[in-house]
Structure formats: structure tokens, C-alpha cells
Write a protein that binds this ligand. Structure first.
Ligand SMILES: *Cc1c(COP(=O)(O)O)cnc(C)c1O
Ligand SMILES: [Zn+2]
Length: 441
């Protein structure tokens, strides 16, 4: 086996095959991570060859491995049979230079990686293609798995529903009633997922789905399941490839359950181990004041960690008070001299709106990341000239209610500094010209 689950507890060392239905160590209950046998890979390929193998798969319409996750199959699920892969060419998302955002951003080299430009509109597709592929392989090998279930703040359920539909595997999603956007609710419905709306918050859904999956022979798709991390870590490989296999100085990620920040750090760690790049970027995790347990722990140098009750925030996808991947994120931050920053509702909305004025259409979570970056630049904690990648985690179009409320000045705790107003006019050229002259001043 070139990849397997390994217990994350120091000194335990217990391993499990990826085809086994197991989420925690049977000996001590710790989370599991996927361990890749990088030595075997290094024996199989010379470094240059490995990069060539990855590159050659790009953009080939008929190749199952053409997407931005499976292009790196040898580092994701090296042992899976290609026929079991459930892919929709995910991960080939653009990374765009933020050129005209003005000060303080013009002092650095800033890129935004649009991970929301994926089939279901968020980076969750990257992990879900891997998890659903593995479950597909398990079912095709004859094991009894009745379906896949997850708890979600919206985007995980959309991704699971889409990939489950593609694979023909039943999906059950556990959603907190009234706490996700309309788009996020309609996505699992459209894909035919069994959509359970529950009167609790995300953390409540998470508890329930763990109990129900155990009792009903369903596979659990939450990010405690480290198969998803293997897909999401390819964000690091994609960033490296776009910079000619050199690492940026900083990667800024909005964090909720903290799987993604851990995943991207793992990608860089493995790239270094293989010699694909030479250094790791400093990871910056951005949280909203309403749900910032990681920030609070960071402030104690990770001496203490207290879950919080997550409060109302526009950044609903990171409204999580008890992040399951806390230990993984802590490790990622300590190893990379990382930083955690927290932002207010007012700031995240206005910074997002500022970037919209330069052509982006930011989701509120991306607003959190951009806002955290802004604070670090203003405090000069990030040096001039640094090369920075901000991970945009979802498409802004998934959050239309939020965008409309911002521009109508109706967001709680937000003073909309950049609201756009529609101009109502009669359908008459004279009236329109007059209005335009007035605007032009
Ligand atoms: C899931 C999600 C996040 C948070 O990722 P974690 O791995 O839970 O930290 C951020 N933004 C969006 C849009 C998401 O869907
Ligand atoms: Zn263990």
C-alpha cells in the first residue's frame, strides 16, 4: 500500500487501509491522517519526470486524470483503480493577480486563487472527489455501504450531493435550519440528495451525523475524514506549479473546521519532502470575530484551546465553534510560523466590497481572508514585496442574499461604505442622458 491511514496521536503508529471504514483510531480515538509513502514514489520517478507526469495530464479532454486533483494521483490516492475515480475536472481554478486594489495591497504581490470556480462553487469539490471515489471503490469491491452522509454549513453538502449523484451513491445531508444560503440549500435538493433540515447549529448537526452514520451503515464525509484533506492539499501543488515550483511567502485561508488550512500546509510539507519545492509559505488563518476559537488559542501561543458558541456571522461557512481539525491546524501554523487573525463583520464586508470594485465578486469567507490580510499589512506584520496568495473559498454568487443586503445597507453590524444603488428612470433617452450628465458632474 502506497497510502494508508495513520493515527495522529504521538507514538501510537497504528495504521489502517484506506478501504476500511474507520475515522478514528480504534486504540485511542484520535483522528487519522493519510500517510503517503513518498519514498516509494521517489524510487519510481525522478523529480523532473514527476513534474512532467503531472503537467502532461493537463487539459486532455478524455483523460480521467486531467483535473487539478487527479493530475497528482500518485500523491493523492496512488492505489485507486482509475475506473473507480469520480471526477468532474475539479481544481483547475484560476489564480489571479490583484492589480488595481490600491493601498496597502500595492506594496505586495497579491494573488487570489479562485477555488470557488469549481463545479459546485466551492473548494469542497477538491476533497469530495477523493472521498466519493474511495467510497465508490469500496462499494465496487463489494462492501456494504448504504450511502454517504455529512453535516454542513452549506458547501460540503452541495459538493457531496453532486459527486454522489455522479457516482449513483445515495447521499444524506444534515443542515442547520435557517443558517445557510438559498443557493446552498437548493444545490443538494437539485442533485437528489436526502436533505435533512435540523433545528440546531452546525456543531449540533456534526454530533448527530456521527451517531447516525455509525448506526445506519453510512459513510461519514466530514472533514474529520482525512480523505478530503488529500484532495484539498492539491491547492498547494497547483499554487507551486503556477509559480514554476516555487512557494509564495504567505497563503491566507479563511478557517472554520480548519481542514483546509491543514490540507494546504500538508501539500507544501509533502512537496518539500519530495524536493518539488524548497520552502513552505507562512500559513495565515483568518477567522470571523463571531467564531474565532483558533484565534483565541493562537493568542495563548496554543497553550489553551476552548471551543466557543459560534455567533451570527455573514461568513456562514466558517460559523464553527468547535473545529474538528484544531490539532492539525495548530501543527500547520507552528511548523510554518503561521499567523491567525480575526475580523469584524463590518470590516469583512467592506474589504470584500472593496475587492469587488476591482473586478472580483467575493464571498463573505473570502472577505474574511482579505480583511485579515489587510490588518496584517496595515500593522506591517507582512513585509513589503511579499508574494501572497489568498484562497477564495467559494463563488460570490452563492451568497446573493448577503451581497444584496450589503448594497441595501441591511447587514447587521455593518456600515456599507461602498454600496451600489440602482438608478430608476423612465425608458426615455432624454431622461437617461440627463441622469448621466448629472453623474458625470
Ligand atoms: C468550508 C468552507 C470554509 C472553511 O474551511 P474549513 O476547512 O472548514 O476550515 C471556508 N469557506 C468556505 C466557502 C467553505 O465552504
Ligand atoms: Zn492511535
Amino acid at each position: 500500500m502506497r497510502a494508508y491511514f495513520e493515527c495522529e496521536k504521538e507514538g501510537c503508529g497504528k495504521t489502517y487501509p484506506l478501504g476500511q471504514v474507520v475515522y478514528r483510531c480504534e486504540r485511542d480515538g484520535s483522528l487519522l491522517s493519510v500517510k503517503q509513502d513518498l519514498g516509494a514514489l521517489q524510487n519510481q520517478f525522478a523529480l523532473e519526470d514527476l513534474r512532467d507526469v503531472f503537467d502532461a495530464r493537463r487539459g486532455r479532454a478524455v483523460d480521467e486524470l486531467r483535473g487539478g486533483v487527479w493530475r497528482y494521483k500518485e500523491l493523492v490516492l496512488p492505489d485507486i483503480d482509475t475506473k473507480d475515480i469520480v471526477s468532474m475536472n475539479e481544481g483547475t481554478t484560476p489564480m489571479i493577480r490583484a492589480e488595481n486594489a490600491g493601498a496597502p495591497y500595492d506594496a505586495v504581490e497579491l494573488y487570489v486563487k479562485l477555488c470557488g470556480n469549481d463545479v459546485t462553487g466551492s473548494f469542497k469539490d477538491l476533497g469530495m472527489t477523493v472521498l466519493v471515489s474511495e467510497v465508490n471503490a469500496i462499494r465496487n469491491a463489494g462492501a456494504l455501504v448504504a450511502g454517504i452522509a455529512c453535516a454542513s454549513t452549506g458547501d460540503t453538502s452541495a459538493a457531496l450531493a453532486a459527486y454522489g449523484a455522479r457516482a449513483g451513491i445515495p447521499v444524506f445531508v444534515f443542515l442547520p435550519a435557517g443558517k445557510i444560503s438559498t443557493a446552498q440549500l437548493v444545490q443538494p435538493l437539485a442533485h437528489g440528495a436526502h436533505t435533512l433540515s435540523l433545528c440546531t447549529d452546525f456543531d449540533g448537526c456534526m454530533k448527530l451525523v456521527q451517531e447516525v452514520t455509525e448506526r445506519e451503515n453510512l459513510y461519514l464525509a466530514n472533514s474529520m475524514n482525512s480523505l478530503r484533506i488529500e484532495g484539498q492539499k492539491t491547492i498547494a501543488f497547483e499554487i507551486l506549479r503556477e509559480f514554476g515550483w516555487t512557494a509564495p511567502d504567505y497563503v491566507v485561508v479563511p478557517g472554520g473546521n480548519l481542514g483546509n488550512v491543514s490540507a494546504i500546509a500538508k501539500g507544501f510539507r509533502e512537496a518539500i519532502a519530495l524536493g518539488l519545492c524548497e520552502k513552505t509559505p507562512r500559513m495565515v488563518c483568518a477567522q470571523a470575530d463571531a467564531a474565532n476559537p483558533l484565534y483565541r488559542a493562537f493568542k495563548t501561543d496554543f497553550a489553551e484551546f476552548e471551543p466557543v458558541i459560534a455567533k451570527q456571522t455573514s461568513a456562514s461557512a466558517i460559523r464553527i465553534g468547535n473545529p474538528v481539525s484544531y490539532e492539525r491546524a495548530k501543527k500547520a501554523l507552528l511548523e510554518s510560523e503561521g499567523i491567525v487573525e480575526t475580523v469584524s463583520e463590518d470590516d469583512l464586508a467592506n474589504v470584500g466590497a472593496h475587492f469587488d470594485r476591482s473586478g472580483f465578486f467575493t464571498c463573505p469567507q473570502t472577505g474574511v481572508a482579505l480583511c485579515a490580510l489587510t490588518k496584517l499589512l496595515l500593522r506591517e506584520e507582512i513585509e513589503r514585496g511579499a508574494r501572497i496568495v489568498v484562497i477564495s473559498t467559494a463563488a460570490g454568487l452563492k451568497f446573493t442574499e448577503y451581497k444584496v443586503a450589503y448594497h441595501e445597507g441591511k447587514l447587521a453590524d455593518v456600515r456599507s461604505n461602498l454600496s451600489g444603488r440602482k438608478i430608476e428612470l423612465p425608458a426615455n433617452a432624454d431622461a437617461i442622458c440627463e441622469a448621466i450628465r448629472e453623474i458625470a458632474g
